[in-house]
Design a binder for this molecule. Structure first.
Ligand code: 2M8
Length: 470
């Protein structure tokens, strides 16, 4: 690996530590998110990892992305996990998903049956920025067909109402597994056996049946009851053969997730840019679908303020409970300038930024837990996305503040942790976490990208129909 050091001894030590984490978690063509808790390849983790790796080893960064396509399903889906070490235990391993009964994958890899936020096009463009023009074209050419198939799958399979928003079928698809609104949705389908144990205060016994909570303290993971509910949803998805038409007839919660769709909007713009760079055409049907997502996204806006929420796609109603995901409207570039400024004011309120920001759930949410991964802690990837979005609106002072604070948080936390308590900065979750390391490298390298202006002026006001069924 090359050096990404900048001459400042404190930063140089941080970069050296970050590079070491990526080296230690390197399995050859892929990087696992952390040494033992996450021993395989995760979709959006590899994207953030590649964004950092590009500064130290561009060729390895391209391979991190290319390796994702060996898990691509025949229908185009990029799966959320590619099981990469057959002999290593993971609590939701291939036997839970049995996707081999449903599909083959491009490279014969075993995978889960759901996806994750579509950060791939972003990672492709960021890695492309550091490549020589010819290598960039070759890289773009190698990923373009797979990207088109992935984006087409999202609309064909996961937009059953054909309104431009992608619907998720498992909290793991959101990447923000246990944010309060997602937990509200999943608890609607808690299995009766688990409810029975809860009724007599005995659900603690479920912890004896799990291993993930042995890796990090139990209060940094989901409760046993919640985890078994997620397993139940996997079982329903498996029985429905991961086919959206059948899934709609099950009790699986269906959610139009705000962060996922924000990332999709940006990813679509990147896909257009990649096609233009290659002088290729995108399928007309895909372009039509992509064109509708920005307006559809604004139907996730709660009337009366600048808060974007997830929608219960079956009920057609917004799900109460704010998350950091709502701020990714900045990253998507779908706001008016006044809305963006208002959002920036909200980010620095103490409920989102108690001592450190940006909390994944506000401190006044009844479910807020400063140490439990998406129920409160600050995450480096979210801060990275929000800072990028603020830059799009010229809100660079706050963007810079978020970036500096994020690097300081990691430096003070004493390791590359998975996430950090927004109350006191304590590093929590897994140590030696790859995307924290990779994005610290990227933040310290400074942006090689000029801020991207917002896509186009959005509609002047919110369509009140946004509250109704799509
Ligand atoms: C967490 O999710 C996995 C399931 O996918 C888990 O809790 O076991 C999330 O933070 C997710 O966003 C992340 O991609 C994954 C691996 O880092 O861990």
């Amino acid at each position: 690996m090359q050096s990404a050091q900048d001459g400042n001894p404190v930063n140089d030590r941080l970069v050296a530590a970050a590079v070491q984490v990526l080296r230690d978690n390197d399995l050859g063509e892929i990087t696992k998110p952390s040494p033992t808790l996450y021993p395989h390849q995760w979709l959006w983790d590899s994207c953030f990892i590649a964004i950092g790796l590009r500064h130290v080893d561009p060729d390895r960064a391209t391979r991190e992305i290319l390796s994702l396509f060996r898990g691509q399903w025949t229908n185009g889906m990029l799966p959320h996990v590619i099981f990469s070490q057959s002999d290593v235990y993971y609590h939701a391993g291939p036997e839970r998903w049995r996707t081999d009964l449903v599909t083959a994958t491009a490279g014969g890899a075993e995978t889960t049956g759901v996806t994750q936020p579509p950060m791939v096009a972003e990672a492709v463009v960021r890695v492309g920025e550091v490549l020589e023009p010819r290598a960039r074209t070759d890289f773009y050419r190698a990923v373009f067909p797979g990207l088109v198939r992935y984006h087409s799958w999202m609309y064909r399979e996961r937009d059953p109402w054909d309104n431009g928003l992608v619907t998720l079928v498992h909290p793991w698809e959101s990447g923000m597994d246990n944010t309060p609104p997602w937990m509200r949705m999943t608890r609607q389908v808690t299995p009766w056996r688990v409810r029975a144990l809860q009724a007599v205060n005995s659900d603690g016994v479920l912890d004896l049946l799990r291993r993930d909570s042995k890796e990090v303290p139990a209060d940094e993971r989901l409760s046993g009851a919640d985890l078994f509910t997620l397993y139940r949803i996997i079982r329903e998805l498996r029985d429905a053969r991961y086919d959206m038409r059948r899934i709609m007839d099950t009790s699986v919660p269906l959610v139009q997730d705000v962060a996922f769709n924000a990332i999709l909007i940006r990813a679509n713009a990147h896909l257009v840019a990649i096609a233009e760079a290659l002088d290729e055409r995108l399928p007309a049907g895909l372009k039509r679908c992509m064109g509708r997502t920005p307006d559809a996204f604004r139907t996730l806006l709660r009337s009366g303020d600048s808060t974007f929420l997830n929608r219960d796609a079956r009920a057609g109603t917004l799900i109460p409970g704010e998350t950091v995901g709502g701020f990714l409207a900045l990253y998507a570039g779908v706001l008016r300038a006044d809305e963006a400024a208002h959002m920036a004011e909200r980010i620095i309120q103490p409920r989102w930024w108690p001592r450190l920001g940006v909390a994944s759930a506000p401190t006044d949410d009844a479910e807020f837990k400063p140490h439990c991964y998406w129920q409160g802690p600050a995450w480096v990837n979210m801060n990275w996305l929000i800072a990028d979005g603020l830059d799009r609106y010229g809100l660079s002072e706050l963007a810079g503040r978020i970036r500096r604070q994020t690097v300081e948080m990691v430096a003070a936390g004493g390791g590359m942790f998975e996430y950090y308590s927004p109350l006191d900065g304590q590093g929590v979750g897994s140590d030696h976490f790859s995307w924290t390391a990779a994005l610290v490298i990227d933040l310290l390298a400074g942006s090689v990208t000029a801020p991207v202006p917002p896509q186009r002026p959005p509609a002047a006001r919110v369509d009140p129909a946004g509250q109704s069924r799509p």
